[in-house]
Design a protein around this ligand. Structure first.
Ligand code: SF4
Length: 456
């Protein structure tokens, strides 16, 4: 056994899954998880460059570890993820007690870097590209019934507020057979729900070729193939890009009984002028027409989104355009962000950065509007019965689970994670529902998977 490890993860689902891979790699080498840094022989910070103040948080965390490193020179400190890729050599300059800096494409070599750090001192691998999708990495899944499944890395778009293309490189899709082999293996181990992960799932397969065929494996093909995997009962994915959305994906979503009735469809802004400045190559009218098509094809589908407020140059009129689209789109939930410049992005140096108090005021108005729409959408579920997959203990006792439409449901009692049940909704709040258990399924792997828009 090599000792204990601790991973601290910052950022998005992509990072959460990378942390599962880091944990899988370390455990394949005999490490076991530590409860805190004082017990650990390896501490990994899996960083995110997207979040505000990411670097301050990282260097603050590294500063806290310095006394531990001084007391125990055999402690190995690793910085991984997007900030490692972006800051590279600066990390060990600012925090020389860091042993390994490993970029987003170099993750498979982490164990070797740790061995070399032991023998030779600090190591860094921040290679720019990888030609082969690192699918063979083991992963330590955080829960037994759900798994993230990576289908592509990187992104070919260049949204001006986003650091991802800089730190994760161009899109690299994973072979469809490789994705399916992972999903089948997960199903054999009791996973019933998978979330397919990519920066822009709609362009999945654009960079792949199938031997003997001129057709590219596309996202719709992948959805249909995963839908055939026995044992999987729910399929989710994140995120599609409105510009690259295609009718065959809507058809596949409507046709595949395991694909959940939920789509996360990032709007970012309702102003065409701002969308242009963001280099988001759809316009608000097209966005709304896609929503109509999706809702027509998939009854009861829930739609969530991301919106940025206060992008450089955003006028009150532009912001009004966002409010108009929010009113028209009637999102079930929206993840709202106050724009703040990210070093290294084109928007970070644009003129007309918006004063903080203006951004805050617009943000508050947007959140107020969206909360009232979310509450209406949640109230419409009261008295109806939904299939819920239990995720674990609720924050206020009882358990918490999700409907296929991705609505969080709190339930009383003690029920094992991974259990499917039918719950009647008794009470609604903007971000969660309270339910009553009507029927617990006899087996997590049995039963039909398509939830009627409303069972009752
Ligand atoms: S689509 Fe835009 S926001 Fe999304 S990862 Fe690519 S560049 Fe970033």
């Amino acid at each position: 056994m090599s000792g204990r490890y601790l991973i601290r993860t910052f950022g998005c689902q992509m990072n959460e899954h990378d942390s599962e891979r880091i944990a899988g790699l370390l455990e394949s080498d005999g490490y076991v998880r530590a409860e805190d840094a004082a017990q650990a022989q390896v501490v990994v910070f899996n960083t995110c460059a997207v979040r505000e103040n990411a670097d301050n948080r990282l260097y603050g965390n590294l500063g806290h570890l310095r006394p531990l490193k001084q007391a125990n020179p055999r402690l190995r400190i690793v910085v991984a993820g997007c900030l490692a890729q972006k800051d590279q050599g600066q990390i060990q300059e600012r925090a020389p007690w860091v042993d390994v800096v490993v970029g987003t494409h170099a993750l498979p070599g982490l164990l070797e870097l740790l061995r070399r750090a032991e023998a030779e001192g600090p190591q860094m691998d921040v290679r720019e590209f990888t030609e082969v999708f690192p699918s063979a990495l083991p992963a330590r899944r955080e829960v037994a019934h759900h798994a993230w499944v990576s289908i592509a890395m990187g992104c070919d778009n260049h949204c001006t507020f986003c650091i991802v293309p800089l730190v994760r490189g161009p899109q690299l899709s994973r072979e469809i057979g490789d994705v399916l082999a992972e999903v089948k293996g997960l199903a054999r181990r009791g996973v019933v729900e998978v979330t397919l992960l990519g920066q822009n799932v709609n362009t999945y397969g654009r960079d792949l070729t199938v031997p003997g065929s001129s057709r590219k494996p596309l996202f719709a093909t992948l959805l249909r193939a995963v839908n055939h995997v026995d044992g999987i009962r729910r399929i989710r994915f994140t995120s599609p890009h409105p510009h690259d959305f295609t009718p065959d994906v809507v058809e596949a979503m409507a046709e595949c009984d395991k694909v959940c009735e939920h789509i996360h469809f990032p709007l970012q802004s309702g102003s065409d002028r701002i969308l242009r400045a963001m280099q988001r190559s759809y316009r608000s009218e097209r966005y709304l027409s896609w929503l109509d098509r999706i809702r027509d094809a998939i009854p009861g589908v829930a739609v969530t989104t991301d919106i940025i407020v206060g992008f450089p140059g955003e006028t009150e009129e532009d912001f009004g355009g966002t409010l108009d689209v929010v009113r028209a789109a009637r999102f079930d939930q929206a993840f709202t962000f106050q724009y703040s410049p990210r070093p290294g992005t084109p928007a970070g140096t644009m003129p007309d950065q918006i004063p903080k108090q203006v951004v805050q005021d617009r943000f508050d108005r947007l959140v107020g509007l969206q909360e009232s729409i979310s509450l209406e959408s949640m109230r419409a579920t009261v008295g109806r019965t939904f299939e819920v997959l239990v995720e674990g203990v609720g924050r206020k006792g009882g358990v918490q689970g999700r409907t296929r439409t991705n609505k969080v449901v709190h339930l009383p009692g003690t029920i094992a994670p991974g259990t499917f049940l039918d719950a009647r909704i008794v009470d609604a709040h903007p971000h969660h529902l309270n339910g009553k258990v009507i029927r617990v399924a006899e087996s997590a792997a049995a039963g039909s998977s398509r939830e009627p828009a409303a069972a009752h």
